[in-house]
Design a protein around this ligand. Structure first.
Ligand code: ARG
Length: 267
């Protein structure tokens, strides 16, 4: 199915502060490599027939490349982001401005939420992470705005601080995840809702294999996640491996760099 994505050009990407365990401010970033890996991801989406819009980055906002955190767009309506860490707070207005300028109705957030980092749409339902970034109060805000069922899930491993680092949406009723990243109660919810889900190994999760983007059949996934790629094939999906390793220095991968713009339902 065709998709519409927003990506942020990594002109100002860098690691100059540390707000997740993957970030080390003393490790240099290869800026040319970042740009070429990002361009490859964008070209991959376009080759798959997806529409990609680009928002420019801004100086002083090195994490803005992680567009998934910029908002949550469902049925043509957006809930703006409200970042947990002060270093990223100024990104929210830039994403809101872009969305408004492109015809989306934007509701400003009240509670802290980091966009699609923690809000994953699976068919009619939305899975919502908490524990490290998004506040559980934001789950109710999104439910009120979208009228959809929002299921809260608690993350417990600081390395998997956003839901999209621990869980991939594969189809309307199909997900993959790292069970260890969730509290026991949340694991039980996932087992009940998605009995056929793929459980991914810690090795594949650690290369951000779960930070993947699927159109329901083709799955753009970290090329280093070799075990997960095999699991996807065995389940009938078509893996499309992409290397975004330099972006992992900021603690993000393929899905982090991709905000889905879901249109209003056609009537
Ligand atoms: N450095 C960023 C942060 O810690 C990475 C965000 C990754 N984005 C994501 N959707 N998981 O906020």
């Amino acid at each position: 199915m065709s998709r519409h994505y927003l990506m942020c050009r990594p002109t100002y990407f860098d690691v100059v502060y540390e707000i997740n365990p993957w970030m080390h401010a003393n490790v240099p970033v290869d800026h040319d490599l970042v740009m070429s890996q990002w361009e490859t991801l964008r070209a991959t989406y376009e080759d798959l027939g997806f529409r990609v819009d680009v928002i420019e980055g801004a100086p002083g906002l090195p994490d803005m490349v992680y567009a998934a955190n910029g908002a949550t767009v469902v049925d043509g309506r957006a809930l703006g982001a409200s970042f947990h860490y002060p270093q990223r707070r100024a990104e929210a207005a830039l994403y809101n401005d872009w969305l408004r300028a492109h015809g989306f109705e934007v509701t400003e957030a009240v509670a802290v939420n980091e966009g699609e980092g923690d809000f994953l749409t699976v068919g009619p339902r939305i899975l919502a992470g908490s524990g490290f970034r998004s506040d559980t109060a934001s789950h109710a805000e999104l439910a009120a705005l979208t009228g959809r069922e929002v299921v809260g899930l608690e993350l417990v491993d600081p390395s998997y601080y956003h839901l999209d680092t621990a869980l991939t949406v594969l189809g309307d009723d199909d997900i993959a995840y790292l069970p260890q990243a969730f509290s026991e109660a949340s694991r039980a919810i996932l087992a009940e809702l998605y009995p056929r889900a793929i459980h991914v190994s810690p090795q594949d999760a650690a290369v951000f294999g779960l930070n993947a983007v699927s159109d329901g059949h083709r799955v753009v996934v970290a090329s280093q996640a070799t075990g997960f790629i095999e699991q996807l094939r065995a389940a009938g999906y078509e893996p499309v491996p992409v290397d975004l390793s330099e972006l992992l220095k900021g603690g993000g991968g393929i899905k982090c760099c991709t905000l889905e713009l879901r249109p209003a339902p056609s009537r």
